[in-house]
Design a protein around this ligand. Structure first.
Ligand code: AMP
Length: 113
């Protein structure tokens, strides 16, 4: 989508500090970290939010989770981490391109980070 900031990051039109990239997904550091390690993992395909997932577009979610062990090891998160998705307004979503927050680097409490 032409006006989507994460589509622009995926296309390399907006710079990001990349952690992992392949043909389907991109992981990059969040601009406003809420934990010692705060990375966003996105599908390169534009999917607005979790509420837009369906049988035709949801395989990438499993793919993202299948890459978590590799990505988290590269970030030194062997002790554990949290994955969060905010969905739509009431879920606190501010960027409407599906993404998962990967948070870690400390013992997390009950708050998101
Ligand atoms: P959410 O509130 O769940 O939609 O999360 C959006 C996240 O994207 C926030 O944590 C922002 O700090 C982060 N963010 C927004 N723009 C950028 C950007 N250009 N590069 C990295 N992170 C960003």
């Amino acid at each position: 989508m032409s006006d989507c900031v994460f589509c622009k990051i995926a296309a390399g039109e907006i710079p990001s500090k990349k952690v992992y990239e392949d043909e389907k997904i991109l992981a990059f550091y969040d601009l406003a970290p809420q934990a010692p390690v705060h990375v966003l993992i996105i599908p390169k395909e534009h999917i607005c939010c979790a509420d837009e997932l369906n049988k035709d577009n949801s395989a990438v979610v499993g793919y993202i989770f299948s890459k978590l062990p590799e990505i988290t090891k590269s970030l030194g998160l062997e002790n554990g981490y949290r994955v969060v998705n905010n969905c739509k307004e009431d879920g606190g979503q501010s960027v409407f391109h599906l993404h998962f927050h990967l948070l870690g680097g400390k013992k997390l409490g009950l708050q998101m980070a």
